[in-house]
Design a protein around this ligand. Structure first.
Ligand code: M6R
Length: 366
C-alpha cells in the first residue's frame, strides 16, 4: 500500500507530479488556449462582480490560501483576504452577498472551516469549495467548487494536497484573469505552458533527495529553525516551518525575510539553521542582502535557489536547487525540498512521520 516507500509521507511527496497532472487534466487545455472549470464557468458573474474574495481554511490549507492571495491579486487584480476559519467564525465578520468565500480543505471535514462556510452562507455570500475528498461535508455544504485530484492523502503531514490546492487556485486565477482581461492572451498561453511543465520540474526537484538527506543529518539535532521567504514564497516559508514542527517536533518559525530586522534576528547565532527561499526573480537581490545580514551573525544558511545560481552559493552553507519557472509558480517547486527536509529530519530522529503525536488527519472538533 505504501508502494515500496518507507512511509506514506514519502510516497505522497513523490506522487506530486502525478497529482498535479491529474488536477489540471481536462481543465488546462493548452492547444485550445483555454481553462475549463465548470464550477467557475457556471458562476462567472458572481466571481467577476465580487467586491473581494475571502479565503477561509486551517493549517496547510490556509498556507495554500495565502499563496493564492498573491496569485489572485497579481494576475486577476481581485482583492483577497485570507482568514483562519477558526478566527473568522467567531469574530462577527463584515460579509455580504457581494463577497465570494473560497473554503480550502483537503479532508472536507475540518470543523472550523465547515462552521465558517455556514456563517458566510447565512450572510448571503457565495461559497466555493476547494476540497480533495469527494462528497465530503465541505464539498456538500458549498454552493459550488473544484476538486483537487491528489488522491487519498494518508500521512498526517499534508504534502500533495497543498501543491494540488495551489494548482486549482492558480487555474482559477488564470481563468478569471483572462475573463477580466488583466492578462494578455499571449501571456495566458505562456502561463499555461509553464504550468503544464511544473510536474516535470518537480520530478527534477525530487532528485535532490539524497543531498537533502545529508543536510538533514547535519541539522537534525537543532532546537530551532527559521524559514524565510518573500512574496509568493513567504507562505512557503510558513508551510516549511509547520511541516518541520509537526513531524520532527523541532521548533520552527516562518517569517517574511524582511521582518527579520524587526525582531527575529535577535535569535540568530551559530546554532540556528535558517532556510532561505532565494529563487531568481521575486526580490532576489533583497533576499541576498537578508542572507548577508544572517551570515554576519553566524547563522547557518540553507538556500533554496534556482538552478545554476552563483550568488547565494557563495554565501550559504548549503544550497538546494530547483528548476527555473515563472515567479508565481515558484511555490510549487520551492515547497518540495522543504517537505523532504522535514521528512528526513523526522526519520533520522526516529519519529513517527505518518502519525505524529497529538495530531489527527482531520480535525473534526473545534
Ligand atoms: O483537511 P484540511 O485541509 O481542512 O485540514 C486543515 C489542517 O488541519 C491541516 O492542513 C493540518 O495543518 C495538516 N496536518 C498540515 O500538515
Amino acid at each position: 500500500e505504501k508502494g515500496g516507500y518507507e512511509h506514506f509521507m514519502l510516497k505522497e511527496i513523490h506522487e506530486q507530479p502525478k497529482a498535479i497532472r491529474d488536477t489540471y487534466r481536462g481543465r488546462l487545455l493548452r492547444n485550445e488556449a483555454i481553462i475549463k472549470m465548470a464550477g467557475v464557468e457556471d458562476n462567472m458573474k458572481k466571481f467577476l462582480n465580487a467586491n473581494r474574495f475571502i479565503i477561509v481554511a486551517c493549517g496547510t490549507s490556509w498556507h495554500a490560501g495565502l499563496v493564492a492571495e498573491y496569485i489572485f491579486e497579481d494576475l486577476a487584480r481581485i482583492p483577497v483576504e485570507v482568514e483562519y476559519a477558526s478566527e473568522f467564525r467567531y469574530r462577527n465578520p463584515v460579509i455580504n452577498e457581494n463577497d465570494v468565500v473560497i473554503a480550502i480543505s483537503q479532508s472536507g471535514e475540518t470543523a472550523d472551516t465547515l462552521a465558517a462556510i455556514k456563517l458566510a452562507k447565512s450572510k448571503g455570500a457565495f461559497v466555493f469549495g476547494v476540497c480533495n475528498v469527494v462528497g465530503s461535508s465541505i464539498a456538500r455544504e458549498t454552493n459550488a467548487g473544484a476538486y483537487t485530484h491528489a488522491g487519498p492523502e494518508i500521512g498526517v503531514a499534508s504534502t500533495k494536497a497543498f501543491t494540488t490546492q495551489i494548482t486549482v487556485l492558480t487555474l482559477m486565477a488564470l481563468r478569471l484573469a483572462r475573463a477580466k482581461g488583466t492578462i494578455s492572451s499571449s501571456d495566458f498561453r505562456k502561463y499555461l505552458l509553464e504550468l503544464e511543465m511544473i510536474p516535470n520540474k518537480i520530478e527534477k526537484s525530487l532528485e535532490s533527495d539524497a543531498h537533502i538527506k545529508i543536510i538533514s543529518d547535519i541539522y537534525k539535532d537543532s532546537n530551532n529553525c527559521l524559514y524565510l521567504g518573500r512574496g509568493f514564497n513567504f507562505p512557503v516559508a510558513l508551510e516549511g516551518a509547520l511541516k518541520l514542527k509537526e513531524i520532527s517536533y523541532i521548533h520552527a518559525e516562518g517569517y517574511p525575510a524582511a521582518e527579520m530586522k524587526h525582531g527575529p534576528i535577535a535569535l540568530i547565532d551559530e546554532n540556528m539553521p535558517i532556510i532561505v527561499i532565494a529563487t531568481k526573480k521575486g526580490h532576489y537581490e533583497k533576499v541576498v542582502s537578508n542572507i548577508q545580514e544572517i551570515k554576519s551573525r553566524k547563522g547557518k544558511i540553507i538556500g533554496i535557489v534556482t538552478e545554476g545560481d552563483q550568488q547565494v552559493k557563495t554565501l550559504a552553507d548549503h544550497v538546494i536547487e530547483v528548476p527555473e519557472t515563472l515567479e508565481f509558480l515558484t511555490p510549487l517547486l520551492t515547497t518540495i525540498p522543504l517537505q523532504l527536509l522535514s521528512y528526513h529530519m523526522a526519520v533520522l530522529l526516529d519519529k513517527n512521520v505518518d502519525q505524529p503525536r497529538n495530531l489527527a488527519k482531520s480535525v473534526t472538533v473545534e
